[in-house]
Design a protein. Structure first.
Ligand code: ADP
Ligand code: ZN
Ligand code: ZN
Length: 742
């Protein structure tokens, strides 16, 4: 029975960002008027030997604990909660659903500074724009001050004004040049006035004339504004999905509401941002990993206070509070980057849908290759399908074909037939795009004399050869070694690279197409800030003939002059043990194909394969993605795999092999006691990569065809696991709805 504190003191029940599955009680702070203290405010509380930032959940009259043991809240940090009551409910739901400690979930919704207890201060950023003189000035006149010239050109290339943050992303050293251009009256500081949300001032340039499918998609969503509904906008690359978003957004803005637009990290390109800024004269905030913590916090607060109307962001922007929420858009909804893979493992897509429901606003999911989950939700009539069947404007869809390379001569991954096709394309002054999803020179270094292979000592993986940097690198833990000249085992054998990476293909292209210009786009070649943008610009200016790259190429970027796309090695995607692999491969093929022939020129997509009769490939080519998805869903149904069942994966890592079995024994005993339903428990087994970064990895899979039953078990099981003494000796985590079984 709860004890009332002798002096009837009030109790603050708070969540603290620590891995503990319960709330904490504190005595209310002294000398504070409590009437206006609302759930959601940040607090500072004593914790252990130090202090922590906590979040108030409720004020109670009593505590289960002996009041004499309770400590007192040090101070209250916010006059008003920064999160709305509905957003707080969303986080409570997410904590329940993902079985993740509430304090950590709430904490994840805040930008870093606020999470650490910093005060709320919006630093409004300055925006700069061209003056009329600046618009009319030819940048050649600034020949002698190249810095100023390039800044002027930057402004002249974007129709809208630019903020400090945008300039910093473009180039670190812009301030002096901007100052000098202001002095020359070519630039001015833009006064952001109250006109921001006046309807007639919302739109800068004209919308395109929509085709009928686009129009009916726009109408369907607009009719649903002000109430919950989920729409799946399916349309191939170039079918005009973004145009549909823009026109719907316009209507939302006219209602005085805000829009949250989420995209995968690599598709948040300057081109996309530009398109938004060119269309809308409202304030637009950005949130993604290339921004500083301060910039992201500013974006967060500007949305919270209603100063910005549109937020373009990646997964972590999902929880940004909205003063007047109107619509959530999630583009490329199938993309795996919407799933957070560490810490609080959540699906931004699934939480976005729940958020829409709580806020009574529509959620619009878009993709050329919708996830099987979303298509299943359409079948179940939970989502409404909106379909754009054709490419918009005059663009023509590419032709896909399989190129059987069995018994054919191959030079570093390129078959003769492909090389010929490339020559034909280049002769017409059109561009070629080659896709290979493996960076580095080659994935394996082997000794021809004794068979020794360069392995990572901390992972179950080979070291990848990076010739350019003369090193061997592990792509799993980052460990690096100098590239040796001699076999460390036999000292005499010849070291031979095995397999194919982008660096290797780049070298052979330089020989075969000596008079052509190739750029390689992968994580290694684009590390320097701004280098990706530079390459993309060169490509679009036609200065490049051959584009070679990894999945970085698969999305977002538009290459109108590319008419030949080749996927060098589709087969490596056909033999994975993860049941998600087929779906991911099909999506990748369609996404890469989408790069071809976007303008008036028809495109061709060639896939080199040694499996020309593989049903996945033939279905995809002959009947398209939807047929593939239908087949794949039928297979999942037969096997009772998601979305026809629900999964949660318990992952365990330890630095030795002896502790995990003890942990799993204790877990098994708990499961025995608590699993009153029909949840299947599969494992424990070693993870597909059994060792990584020096840690041994195991997993235990929970599966049930009834979601509810699975969650009832997890709800009692996970807090008990957290209390196990064996759990202190391993690192463990739960992944609900895992998208990756590695
Ligand atoms: P997606 O987002 O599906 O890839 P976009 O909205 O980017 O498609 O449209 C692809 C191209 O087609 C863009 O250049 C866009 O300006 C153009 N476009 C879109 N809708 C129309 C339309 N109704 N009429 C003419 N061109 C259009
Ligand atoms: Zn490693
Ligand atoms: Zn050797």
């Amino acid at each position: 029975m709860a004890k009332l504190h002798p002096s009837n003191e009030l109790i603050f029940r708070v969540a603290i960002p620590v891995p503990v599955y319960r709330l904490f009680d504190y005595l209310a702070p002294d000398n504070v008027e409590l009437d206006n203290v609302k759930p959601g405010v940040r607090l500072e509380v004593p914790f252990g030997l130090g202090k922590k930032i906590a979040f108030l959940l409720e004020i109670a009259g009593h505590s289960e604990l002996d009041a004499s043991k309770l400590k007192r809240v040090v101070r209250i940090l916010d006059h008003k909660p920064l999160l709305s009551a509905k957003d707080l409910r969303l986080l409570l739901w997410a904590s329940d659903y993902y079985h993740h400690p509430l304090g950590e979930v709430i904490s994840a919704a805040f930008p870093a500074g606020l999470r650490q207890g910093k005060p709320v201060a919006v630093q409004t950023e300055k925006h700069y724009a061209l003056t009329d003189l600046g618009k009319a000035t030819d940048s050649v006149q600034l020949q002698r001050t190249p810095k100023q010239k390039s800044v002027l050109e930057k402004f002249q290339s974007c129709p809208a004004c630019l903020s400090e943050a945008e300039l910093s992303i473009w180039n670190d050293n812009w301030r002096t040049a901007v100052k000098q251009l202001i002095a020359k009256q070519l630039l001015q500081i833009e006064v952001s006035d109250a006109s921001v949300n006046r309807p007639e001032a919302l739109v800068r340039d004209n919308a395109l004339q929509c085709n009928p499918p686009q129009q009916s998609a726009i109408d369907a969503v607009c009719e649903s504004l002000g109430q919950f509904g989920v729409f799946l906008l399916e349309g191939v690359t170039g079918s005009g999905k973004t145009e549909v978003y823009l026109q719907i957004i316009r209507t939302v803005l006219e209602r005085g509401q805000q829009v949250l637009v989420l995209v995968p990290e690599i598709t948040l390109t300057p081109q996309l941002e530009d398109r938004f800024r060119r269309r809308f004269a409202v304030n637009i905030a950005l949130s993604h990993s290339k921004l500083t913590g301060k910039q992201r916090q500013t974006a967060w607060l500007q949305m919270q206070q209603g100063e910005c109307s549109i937020l373009l962001g990646t997964r972590s922007a999902l929880f940004t509070p909205l003063k007047n929420p109107g619509l959530i858009i999630l583009d490329e909804e199938h993309d795996a980057s919407f799933k957070q893979q560490e810490g609080f493992r959540f699906s931004a897509r699934d939480i976005a849908v729940v958020r829409g429901k709580l806020l009574h606003i529509p959620v619009l999911l878009g993709s050329a290759t919708p996830s099987l989950e979303s298509l299943h939700n359409v079948d179940k009539q939970r989502y409404q399908l909106l379909h754009l069947p054709d490419r918009a404007g005059s663009a023509i869809e590419p032709v896909l074909q399989l190129l059987d390379i069995r018994n054919k001569r191959i030079q570093e991954g390129l078959s003769e037939a492909l090389i010929e096709e490339m020559h034909r394309t280049l002769a017409k002054n059109e561009q070629v795009l080659l896709f290979l999803n493996r960076r580095g020179f080659a994935p394996t270094l082997i000794c021809h004399g004794c068979g020794w292979v360069a392995r990572c000592q901390r992972c179950d993986a080979n070291l990848v050869i990076h010739f350019d940097e003369e090193c061997l690198r592990c792509h799993h833990c980052g460990k690096e070694e100098r590239l040796m000249k001699q076999c460390p085992a036999c000292k005499t054998g010849e070291l031979t690279p095995l397999g194919l990476g982008t660096e290797r293909v780049e070298k052979v292209l330089a020989e075969l197409f000596a008079d052509k210009i190739t750029v390689r786009l992968d994580r290694d070649s684009t590390q320097r800030k701004g280098s990706l943008e530079t390459y993309l610009l060169q490509i679009n200016q036609g200065k490049v003939d051959i584009i070679l790259g990894t999945q970085m190429l698969a999305k977002g970027h538009h290459f109108p002059n590319v008419t030949l796309v080749a996927i060098l090695d589709v087969d490596s995607g056909l033999f994975s043990i993860d049941f998600h692999a087929a779906e991911k491969l099909a999506q990748m093929i369609v996404q890469v194909s989408g790069r071809a022939g976007r303008a008036e020129k028809p495109g061709k997509v060639i896939m080199q394969t040694r499996q020309p009769e593989h049903p996945l490939l033939t279905t995809l080519i002959k009947e398209g993605y939807r047929s593939f998805a239908k087949t794949a869903l039928a297979e999942r149904k037969d096997a009772l795999l998601p979305p026809f069942s629900y999964q949660a994966l318990l992952r365990v890592q330890a630095s030795d092999v002896d502790t995990p079995p003890l942990f799993f024994q204790a877990v098994a005993a708990l499961v025995q006691k608590l699993n009153t339903g029909h949840t299947q428990v599969l494992g424990p087994v070693s993870a597909p990569m059994a060792r990584r970064a020096g840690l041994y990895r195991y997993q235990l899979l929970f599966q049930n065809t009834r979601r509810q039953e699975l969650h009832v078990l997890l709800e009692v099981l996970i807090p008990e696991i957290a209390k196990l003494k064996q759990a202190k000796k391993v690192r463990w985590s739960l992944d609900v709805d895992p998208v990756d079984l590695y």
